[in-house]
Write a protein that binds this ligand. Structure first.
Ligand SMILES: Cc1cc2nc3c(=O)[nH]c(=O)nc-3n(C[C@H](O)[C@H](O)[C@H](O)COP(=O)(O)OP(=O)(O)OC[C@H]3O[C@@H](n4cnc5c(N)ncnc54)[C@H](O)[C@@H]3O)c2cc1C
Length: 460
């Protein structure tokens, strides 16, 4: 980067908010995704929308790549500065600007940590439902950027279901507002939805208007063990067919069950083909009725055992198995890829079988757990990135896995986004016409291709 560009950028944010030394740059050369890293030329930490706008004007004029970054916990290499340039660290824009109890809306800056927003609204009996496993570290901007979801996705959806409006800075530095506090708003193209999940490729988000919802008064958790995977799959469909939408409906496959049991000793039978964890929430009377109905469905579908939590301590114990899934798998090998291919919920057993077959065929270790209720699976591949032969086998297994998801009517990502990791399969899922339309949107909003170039839709 030229000295005159650095001088102009320093004038905007002050020298204390620009990092250029190697040790600092190294920390921003990667994110939570294994296998991707590249050094940026600088990391800039703006304090407000005006500074973001000024920075983008300079970057756009001189065609300097810009990579927006929150906490860097994404799993699709979305923050990796693959072409050098500027990492735009958004964590100083970290204020909750308004909690509007009459409209059940919050207005916040993108650097606010998701859990902090929930803490701020808890005393009002409200929640902001998107709850990725990283709620305590992920930023609101990063979750909107990725359209993140979480354990409650089946009933409560993902980020896009809560984002009512945005303030964004476009690639040329122009500031634009979308949506607002209106519950109903069909005026013009839905730019809020377009920018939500745009992974830093179309704009930099500087303000977020979110919907808030009443916190559930009661919760009830259950765990069912199945020796037969198909029965578990039928139970999932049976619960939904009984017109019950649990807040969470999770599954773990046999490889995950064995690993979790070895790691956490929670008493899971090693020969079980699937464990389902279900939680219903809402009005206490309805919760009791729904829990009883879920128990009936589980038994009717030949669950080998069913436990229901009678209190919070028992609920925590049931969830311990699911919470242990990722750490238990990650402990097996040095490198962990957490994928999130998603299929229609009635295809979950077929997908789990396809993943196991790919793992066996290519001799790689894959444990799958995930959100069975919404079909969002997390096949977790554990390997050693330094072993080239093994990594070739991992690529082949991934290829089979993603193609299986697509052929079952599924999608490459339910909540983690595309970034770089899943680009090779985008055309297979979307086809040329859709890819060209997405690339045309990218070129229209970012003609110099400075915002997170090469990600989500690939090279334009
Ligand atoms: C252990 C673990 C568990 C996880 N569990 C879940 C889960 O359950 N569900 C789930 O959905 N995800 C999960 N994730 C993925 C990750 O936590 C989420 O994607 C999260 O939303 C990322 O937030 P972040 O602040 O770290 O964003 P970052 O990683 O910093 O950024 C994410 C993307 O958003 C863009 N971006 C960031 N800020 C802005 C901005 N202000 N304007 C425009 N673009 C921006 C970035 O360029 C990048 O493309 C998990 C990750 C880990 C490591």
């Amino acid at each position: 980067m030229q000295q005159n560009h650095l001088d102009a950028l320093t004038k905007i944010v002050g020298a204390e908010n620009i990092m250029t030394n190697m040790e600092d740059l190294y920390c921003y050369s990667y994110d939570a995704t294994p296998g991707h890293s590249h050094m940026p030329d600088m990391v800039i930490s703006p304090a407000n929308t005006h500074e973001v706008s000024q920075i983008l004007k300079i970057a756009n004029e001189h065609k300097i790549p810009v990579y927006p970054r929150g906490s860097g916990t994404n799993l699709s290499a979305g923050c990796v500065p693959t072409k050098g340039g500027i990492v735009l660290l958004m964590t100083r824009l970290n204020k909750i600007l308004e909690i509007d109890l009459e409209n059940l809306v919050a207005v916040a800056e993108p650097g606010v940590i998701v859990a902090d927003l929930n803490t701020a609204i808890a005393s009002a009996g409200l929640i902001y439902p998107p709850d990725p496993g990283t709620v305590a570290t992920a930023t609101l901007g990063g979750t909107v950027g990725e359209n993140a979801g979480g354990l409650r996705g089946l009933k409560y959806g993902v980020s896009k279901h809560y984002i009512m409006g945005l303030e964004v800075v476009l690639a040329n530095g122009d500031v634009m507002n979308t949506g607002g506090k209106n519950v109903k708003d069909v005026s013009g193209y839905d730019m809020t939805k377009l920018f939500t999940g745009s992974e830093g490729t179309l704009c930099v988000i500087t303000k977020i208007i979110t919907k808030l919802v009443p916190a559930p008064e009661a919760k009830k958790a259950m765990m069912a063990i199945f020796k037969n995977l198909d029965n578990a799959g039928k139970a999932v469909s049976g619960i939904i067919a009984a017109k019950i939408i649990p807040a969470t409906l999770e599954i773990m496959d046999n490889a995950t069950i064995r690993t979790v049991e070895d790691y956490a000793k929670v008493g899971l039978p090693l020969d079980a083909e699937a464990v389902l964890l279900i939680e219903v929430d809402g009005n206490p009377i309805i919760v009791e009725k729904e829990a009883a109905k879920v128990m009936e469905v589980l038994k009717a579908n030949h669950a080998d055992s069913v436990q229901i939590a009678k209190n919070d301590a028992e609920r925590d114990k049931l969830w311990a198995a699911r919470r242990a899934a990722l750490p238990a798998l990650a402990k097996l090998r040095p490198t962990t890829y957490v994928e999130d291919a998603t299929v229609p919920r009635n295809k979950v057993p077929d997908f789990l079988r396809a993943v196991s077959a790919a793992a066996r065929k290519h001799n790689v270790t894959i444990g799958t757990f995930g959100h069975a209720g919404d079909g969002n699976m997390h096949p977790t591949i554990v390997c050693d990135i330094r072993d080239q032969a093994e990594m070739q086998r991992v690529q082949l297994a991934m290829d089979e896995m993603f193609k299986a998801a697509i052929s079952l009517g599924g999608t490459l990502s339910g909540e983690h986004g595309i970034g770089l990791g899943k680009l090779p399969w985008m055309e297979t899922q979307h086809g040329t016409v859709s890819m060209n339309a997405m690339k045309a949107i990218k070129r229209a909003l970012d003609p110099n291709l400075i915002l997170n170039p090469g990600k989500l839709v690939g090279e334009c």
